[in-house]
Design a protein around this ligand. Structure first.
Ligand code: MN
Length: 279
């Protein structure tokens, strides 16, 4: 390495440290974009016209804020997905309706539920831009599935009819803060390190799941019937991607392990923001 190259690297390192100090001193927390759904309002009171409303469960945004991030709810408008990706430091893909199986080249099975074309188009575009930029992505429930499909994986459109005998109930009737099944967390995984657990009791609100795992992702946790319950990128220090099939946002009050996921995501977003500021 010649002297000028060494000088550039040294300058860059100094700038990185400086940016970190400035950000913390100024109280600049990373901005986490949280995807939302569209909900038709069927109320016909005269003072509130009918329409589609952008809606995100408070648990997601509260989870981000509790972890030290600044949550912003992203409306599903695909035309501005790229600009939105440019204005956030981390992406939280939230739960919701079934993803259109066309995104993994399958025709819909009769068991497929309702899909929302605007949301699917927006999230697939947005996650593409986020991956291109190397932004930390945290997927929850549908979010894990969107992440897997965006990276080239596929889904079971319906576990009950496709996953065969021996499936446990993944569509619980109980409130979402109650656990209904256990998962085994791979001891060597980063998810195990972040959550500080080997096994876990989780809620379960899905009838879809990962079928073919995308290249670049590894399984971090499974249910007793083999269903994939958590994934992470092969090398998290290079590319921070984590997805969980359960609703971690609704279980934050039950123990530190679910909060740890939000904190790890916000911390990764902060590192991403500092790298961007230094570049
Ligand atoms: Mn489950």
């Amino acid at each position: 390495m010649d002297d000028s190259r060494r000088g550039v690297l040294l300058c860059r390192a100094i700038v990185e440290v400086y940016e970190g100090i400035v950000r913390r001193k100024a109280g600049l927390a990373p901005v986490i974009g949280v995807t939302a759904t569209l909900k038709k309002d069927l109320d016909s009171v005269a003072t509130r016209p009918l329409g589609s409303f952008v809606r995100a469960d408070l648990d997601y945004v509260a989870g981000v804020a509790q972890a030290g991030g600044v949550p912003v709810v992203l409306p599903p408008i695909a035309d501005v997905a790229e600009e939105m990706a440019g204005s956030i430091d981390g992406l939280l893909l939230s739960g919701g309706s079934d993803l259109d199986p066309g995104y993994y080249d399958e025709a819909p099975l009769p068991e497929l539920d309702v899909t929302l074309p605007e949301r699917d188009a927006f999230e697939m575009a947005l996650v593409g831009y986020a991956l291109e930029r190397g932004m930390p992505v945290f997927g929850i429930c549908r979010g894990l599935q969107v992440l897997n499909v965006a990276l080239g994986g596929t889904l079971y459109q319906d576990l009950q009819s496709q996953h065969g005998n021996g499936s446990i109930a993944h569509r619980q009737q109980m409130p979402k803060w109650q656990w209904t099944h256990e998962v085994e967390v791979n001891g060597g995984s980063t998810v195990a390190k972040i959550m500080e657990v080997g096994g876990l009791r989780v809620n379960s609100y899905h009838h879809q799941a990962i079928k073919d795992l995308a290249d670049g992702l590894v399984v971090s946790a499974r249910a007793s019937d083999g269903v994939v319950e958590a994934v992470e990128s092969r090398n998290l220090s290079e590319r921070w991607l984590i997805g969980v099939q359960w609703h971690a946002e609704a279980m934050r009050d039950l123990g530190h392990e679910h909060r740890n996921l939000f904190e790890a995501h916000v911390a990764a977003a902060e590192r991403y923001a500092i790298r961007g500021a230094a570049a």
